[in-house]
Design a protein around this ligand. Structure first.
Ligand SMILES: [Zn+2]
Length: 265
């Protein structure tokens, strides 16, 4: 129980980074961080664990044996997803039951480099035919990587250093929030490029599609709050070319137009 409590405290303690605050943000005057205008939860570890246990009980009681029957001896997910640990990013957006359908990997900044073995498992062993890399609007990891994060913990520094190629693409011109959103999209492009290095043979054989997307709860991509915006398919990030990509050929033209976008092109 003590270990559980410790983990809960650590989780609560990292919320500033995940929600957009950071030492970098504080130092550069863009707000955020503990005690600097960022809302933090008042929940205690004890009340949080009680809610988790009782919530799981409610889930268990509302799902009979038949729910668990299909995956007693193995999983058959359709999708490997790597997305950010940010609590505002949810998986209900995919429209189907998460259990046994989504092999999901989460870390700060939705990065393959920090979870390569887990992604390999989804692609080589399950294997799913789609790898979705999903960034999101207002990503705190991207924001932190844009500033001075040298005061962060060793672990956080290591997982922000891997975003340096994104920062190299940022010329520093224009409003901060515009650069931030563009860097979120550049990070998705970077992760897709990394996936193509790892799984090139599968993509070329038509056994895998790598889809880069942004979950946009701020409506920064102009498709409405809560939209899933496709920004890259198998390395193609030109909007017009994505719209005509064969991977999307079961969507209607209206669906394609409202779900493909870019802030960088
Ligand atoms: Zn994030």
């Amino acid at each position: 129980m003590q270990k559980l409590l410790k983990n809960a405290v650590i989780t609560l303690g990292t919320c500033a980074l995940l929600a957009g605050g950071s030492v970098a943000a504080m130092a550069s005057g863009h707000g955020g961080g503990h005690g600097d205008g960022h809302a933090t939860s008042n929940a205690t570890p004890n009340s949080t664990i009680k809610k988790v246990i009782e919530g799981n009980d409610a889930f268990k009681h509302s799902h009979d044996r038949s729910h668990f029957e299909p995956f007693q001896t193995g999983q058959v997910p359709n999708l490997t997803v790597i997305t950010c640990a940010d609590s505002r990013v949810h998986t209900q957006l995919f429209g189907f039951e998460a259990d046994n359908n989504i092999f999901i990997i989460r870390n700060v900044g939705n990065q393959i480099e920090n979870s390569e073995g887990s992604v390999d498992y989804g692609i080589y062993h399950l294997p799913t035919k789609v790898l979705m890399i999903m960034g999101h609007s207002s990503c705190g990891a991207v924001k932190a990587a844009m500033g001075d994060y040298s005061g962060e913990s060793t672990g956080i520094i290591a997982e922000l250093d891997t975003l340096k190629p994104v920062m190299d693409m940022d010329d520093g011109e224009g409003p901060f929030n515009d650069r931030w959103a563009k860097n979120v999209e550049r990070n998705v492009d970077l992760q897709v490029a990394h996936a193509l290095e790892l799984y090139k043979d599968k993509v070329e054989a038509g056994e895998l599609a790598v889809v880069g997307a942004v979950y946009d709860f701020n409506d920064l991509w102009g498709k409405g709050r809560g939209s899933l915006v496709v920004v890259n398919i198998n390395g193609e990030n030109n909007v017009n070319k994505i719209m005509n990509h064969p991977v999307l050929n079961e969507l209607s033209r209206a669906e394609v137009v409202t779900h493909v976008g870019s802030r960088t092109k």
